[in-house]
Each structure stands twice: as C-alpha cells, then as structure tokens.
Design a protein around this ligand. Structure first.
Ligand code: UT7
Length: 357
C-alpha cells in the first residue's frame, strides 16, 4: 500500500516552547526579638568567656524572645506582616506559605498554619519543612517548583526558630551558639529570567547522633524522667559537626559553581548559614571569595537555625543589585545540607528596610 504523504506543518505554526518560568525572590523582611543576650551575660551563667566565644565562633550577642506564650509563630508572623506591608500585598493575594523551622510552636498544627491565621491569610496551603539549619533553602527549593510550573504566583517562605526554647543554659558547649529570629521572602515568577537558577538539597541520616534533641518526639515522648535528665535540649558534638559542615558547604557551593560555569569572580555574594565564623571563612576560602563578598551576621544574631539566610538577605538588602550572582549554602542537623544559585532580581537599595541596629 502506498504510504500516505506526510502532512507538512508550515514552519511558522510550529510552536516554540515558552521560556521556562523562574522563581525570583522579590522581597525580604525579618523580625528580631528585642532582648539582646551578650557574651558577658552568658559568662555569668556558665563557665565561659567573651574571648573564647568570639575567637571560636565569632558571636558577640544574640537575640532572645521573651514573653509568655510567644513561640516561633510570633516572630514568623511579624516577619510576614512586614513583608506584606513592604510589598503592599493583601493577605488574600498569597497562594502558599511554607515555614522552615525546628522549633515549631506545637507538634501540630504546623507553624505555617499559625502564621497564616495571625496575619489574616486564609484558605490556602500552608505547611512546615523540617531540615534544621538547611530548612530555608529546602523550603525555597520546594516553593520554586510551584512557581516554575505556573501553578502559583505569590509564595511566602519563612525561616524561623526560637532556639532558646530548646537550649540548655547550663551547657556551655551549646548555649553560647544560638539565638532567636525569623526571616521571610516573597517568591514570584520572574519577568526578566532572573531568580533561582539552580539548587541542591541533600541529607545523610547517619549524622543524627552528632546533632539532635533526644526526647520529646515519638521515640521518646516527654516524661518527668526525660525532663529531669535534661533530654529536651539540643545535643551537639561540635567538632564532628564542624568537620562535616565545612566539607558539605564547600561541596554544594563548588558543585553549583562548576555546573553553572561560575568562577569566584562571577559571584557577588556568598550567603552562608551562620553557625560559626570559622566555618564561613573556610567555605569562602575554598570558593576563592574574599570575605568582603561574604554576608556575615553571626556576630550580632548568632546561629538562628532556619532564619540565618533570610536574615542575611534582609541585613544586606540595600547592597544587593539586580543581576548579582549569589550562592547560598547551609548545613545542619540530620545531617542536611543545601545550596542555591540565585541571580538577584531587584535593586535592594530601593526596597531596603534594614533590621534594627
Ligand atoms: O548550625 C548547625 C550546625 N552546627 C555547626 O555547624 C556547629 C559546628 N561546630 C562548631 O562550630 C564548633 O565545634 C563549636 C563552636 C561548637 C566548638 O568549638 P571547638 O573549637 O570545636 O571546640 P571543642 O568542642 O573541640 O572544645 C574545645 C574545648 C573543650 O575543652 P577541653 O576538652 O579541650 O578542655 C571544651 O570543653 O573548649 C571547651 N569549650 C568551651 N570553653 C569555654 C566548649 N565550649 C566552651 C565555651 N567556653 N562556651
């Protein structure tokens, strides 16, 4: 049978694939509790000194959320309220809220649910992401998928932790490190193809023994005994975590640079998780970046877990220019680690609202 002539499709009707949508961070805000806990005050609680803390960690002070009945959601809601005001966005315009936290107000419901209620955002999806100090990059990576597929137009991602609620202020190895805060970003489809270009999320559960909270979950529910044995606090084997943190933060940054053909000269800013000044310096060193191009807030806020990266973006917003290439990198309990390559979408100087001095 003679084959039927193939129908020719005129060239101009062949549809070109529309350019891929990118998710861009279009605004950033934060919240810092008022109370400042400095190293000198800590030295009255445990056997430590300002000199040791500054030399080994870079931390001089951190914020602590005081006030009965105030949890992580309080700080998250303050950050989101500020974000909505700053961007003149009505709560009803938000399509999704994701909160990265390790210190949720409750086991359930999620802190994202509570934040939505507190700021008047209703009838949309909201949920928490638990990836410890890598949580913010995990949450932005998840959120960006909803933007890239065209499903949602405005997503709020919050990184918030009230670390003081799980810190043992008799343990000098951990109590000097952590602080409380929240940061929030708005994600929207990019109209200029700037935004989140690439990201990596990763984990290794074998790291659990080195950084975790022993009791309070389903494996060891709270009892009078678990409280008496002080098992509801952060347990960290610092030196082990330090080793992995340096290796993995440098690894994600290196992989993102290599597969996106970036050299140190292309990068405007490294935005590292703020756990230890020495870890940050080592990561920057391996990337070939001078410290002037590294965002650093650890001296004034300490380690605020999921909030460190959005807090950095908030603190440095006025310095960020449209087109700046940023590498974000984090490492935390789990172990978890994550990285993100972002082309900044707007001139921060016009939008900036600096954190309180
Ligand atoms: O964000 C989540 C991921 N977390 C991290 O990335 C944290 C990674 N780890 C670190 O940043 C560091 O390991 C720490 C800052 C936690 C500790 O610094 P280090 O240089 O690794 O100290 P170390 O734990 O090896 O302890 C050295 C010494 C010990 O004394 P001995 O055994 O040598 O006599 C500690 O008892 O320092 C002592 N020490 C302190 N001394 C004064 C530990 N904490 C303190 C303190 N003040 N606060």
């Amino acid at each position: 049978m003679p084959s039927r002539p193939r129908k020719m499709i005129p060239k101009k009707t062949v549809k070109k694939r529309p350019p891929a949508l990118r998710a861009a961070i279009t605004a950033v805000h934060g919240h810092l509790p008022q109370y400042v806990l400095n190293n000198h005050e800590l030295a009255k609680l445990v056997d430590t000194t300002d000199a040791w803390i500054v030399e080994r960690t870079g931390i001089r002070e951190r914020r602590i959320l005081k006030g009965e009945g105030l949890g992580t959601s309080h700080m998250g809601a303050e950050a989101v309220r500020g974000l909505l005001e700053k961007t003149k966005t009505a709560p009803g315009d938000i399509d999704l809220v994701i909160c990265a936290t390790t210190t949720p107000d409750f086991v359930f419901p999620s802190t994202a649910n509570l934040i939505c209620d507190m700021v008047g955002i209703r009838n949309i999806g909201s949920f928490d992401v638990q990836a410890a100090c890598s949580g913010f990059i995990y949450a932005v990576t998840i959120a960006s998928q909803f933007i890239e597929t065209g499903k949602y137009n405005k997503i709020v991602v919050v990184g918030a932790d009230k670390m003081s609620s799980i810190i043992d202020y008799t343990d000098r190895a951990t109590c000097v490190l952590f602080g409380d805060a929240a940061g929030a970003v708005m994600l929207e489809p990019s109209t200029n193809r700037r935004g989140i270009i690439d990201s990596i999320i990763s984990s290794d559960g074998a790291g659990m023994p080195f950084l975790h909270q022993k009791a309070g979950g389903s494996r060891m529910p709270p009892t009078a005994e678990t409280v008496a044995r002080r098992l509801h606090y952060v347990h960290q084997e610092g030196a082990q975590v330090y080793k992995f943190a340096v290796a993995k933060m440098a690894e994600v940054a290196g992989t993102l640079m290599e597969r996106n053909k970036l050299s140190g000269e292309d990068i405007a800013w490294l935005v590292p998780h703020q756990a230890n000044k020495r870890i940050i310096e080592a990561t920057a060193g391996r990337m070939g970046l001078p410290m002037e191009q590294v965002m650093m807030t650890i001296h004034k806020f300490g380690n605020t877990t999921a909030a460190t990266i959005p807090l950095c973006l908030w603190d440095y917003e006025s310095k960020l220019k449209a087109g700046d290439k940023l590498i974000l990198a984090a490492f935390g309990g789990g172990f978890t680690w994550a990285g993100m390559y972002v082309t900044w979408a707007y001139d921060g100087a016009r939008a900036a609202s600096a954190p309180p001095a």
